[in-house]
Ligand binder design. Structure first.
Ligand SMILES: *Cc1c(COP(=O)(O)O)cnc(C)c1O
Ligand SMILES: [Zn+2]
Length: 386
């Protein structure tokens, strides 16, 4: 069923058992990455067979962490459309501009992918109580999948989180605790409650499997582009789960012999100028991010002062010859309107930020007219109405 073989520390490479509950490497304070027996998978798993299965993220189940399919908690996540943006493309002088529309996922954001994987695996391992600190969408998604699995959910959110995230969590039966502070403070409180009361903490990269759900975006892109990869991927980065996940998917597909050529996309991180720790570290040539003090932006999913996977994100930017850009809230709102007027897509501010970033790249001549460029709209604009 699943070829999951073990977990590996992303820093010291130590191996951890995959049939037990794992969090992260306490020695290195680094994320664990799921490893699969790709040699066996290469011999037995056919990419065209995966393609013929019913739609959704779990058609890639051999490369996802759940051993017994009875434990899969799904609400129909994955296989989101890759839309060509012809009108916006011609305005920007780009012939092959695309948008992967993740807002069509359950709960209206791509957090559904990660939480479907992580909550399913937690349940398989016997966990029945899950807790999370969140900027918003991860909480809503966790509440939904926990409900689907008959599990208890507890969510810490900053009190200025979009109302939709509070309500979608509460209606699914989760306990929501609104705090006077940022996601970093929410993380401290959730961690403490987890230790004191025995909840399992599903914070970004503090458990290994959210990135596994998000990596499937990389498989879907490759499949849609006939097993080549696009030239440029523009990703709105908070914790960086999707960026790290997709890069991991590219490594896995290479090991599986599924890619038609070795060319990798240049990965572009877009952050808000009110919270841009990755951009600052990238510009400084640093390997880690400094904590961003006073984080503020309307793009709540990007209000992450420091990612637990900061060095992985920065390494991917360098290895892919990518770049990192900060865009103002004003530019985000303008881009949100432009995307809706030109193409009929009402993106979340985080998704609109990728268009604002692309406008900068076009002005710099960093992208060429015939390159295949993929923007990520990570959430539904409707969720942010107050
Ligand atoms: C969480 C979130 C992001 C950031 O995603 P990461 O993978 O954590 O970097 C971007 N957009 C939206 C809508 C989000 O909810
Ligand atoms: Zn380690």
């Amino acid at each position: 069923m699943s070829y999951l073989s073990h977990l590996e520390c992303s820093d010291c490479r130590r191996s951890f058992a995959a049939d037990q509950v794992q969090k992260y490497c306490f020695d290195c304070q680094s994320p664990l990455l799921a490893r699969y027996d790709l040699e066996t998978a290469r011999a037995h798993l056919d990419r065209d067979m995966v393609r013929r299965r019913p739609q959704g993220m779990w058609r890639w189940r051999e490369l996802l962490p759940v051993y017994n399919p009875a434990h899969i908690l799904s609400l129909g996540e994955g296989d989101t459309p890759l839309l060509l943006l012809p009108r916006l493309g011609s305005e920007l002088g780009l012939e092959r501009l695309y948008l992967k529309d993740e807002s069509l996922n359950p709960t209206g954001s791509f957090k559904a992918r990660g939480l479907s994987a992580a909550v399913s695996k937690a349940r398989e391992l016997g966990i029945r109580r899950v807790i999370i600190p969140t900027a918003g969408n991860a909480g809503g998604a966790m509440a939904a999948y926990a409900a689907r699995g008959g599990m208890e959910a507890c969510i810490f959110m900053p009190k200025d989180t979009p109302l939709a995230n509070v309500e979608e969590s509460r209606i699914a039966g989760a306990t929501v605790i609104l705090i006077d502070g940022l996601i970093s403070e929410a993380a401290g409180m959730a961690g403490e409650k987890a230790r004191d009361e025995g909840w399992f903490d599903i914070s970004t990269f503090k458990e290994p499997y959210r990135a596994e759900g998000k990596k499937v975006m990389g498989y879907e892109l490759a499949e849609t582009f006939r097993w080549e990869l696009p030239d440029v991927i523009v990703y709105p980065t908070g914790g960086g789960t999707g960026l790290v996940g997709m890069w991991k998917a590219f490594d896995e597909m290479e090991a599986l012999g599924w890619l038609e050529n070795k060319a990798r996309p240049r990965m572009v991180v877009v952050q808000a100028s009110g919270c841009a720790p990755v951009v600052r570290a990238f510009d400084a040539g640093a390997s880690f991010c400094d904590f961003w003090v006073g984080a503020q932006t309307i793009a709540s999913g990007l209000r992450v002062p420091k990612s637990f996977a900061d060095y992985l994100i920065l390494k991917i930017l360098r290895d892919s010859r990518g770049t990192a850009l900060a865009v103002s809230d004003e530019a985000i709102l303008k881009a949100q309107k432009r995307l809706a007027v030109a193409e009929g897509i009402f993106a979340a501010p985080e998704g609109a930020a990728t268009l604002a970033g692309l406008e900068m790249l076009v002005a710099q001549g960093w992208v060429k007219p015939d390159e295949r460029i993929v923007l990520f709209n990570t959430g539904l604009g409707l969720k942010y109405l107050q």
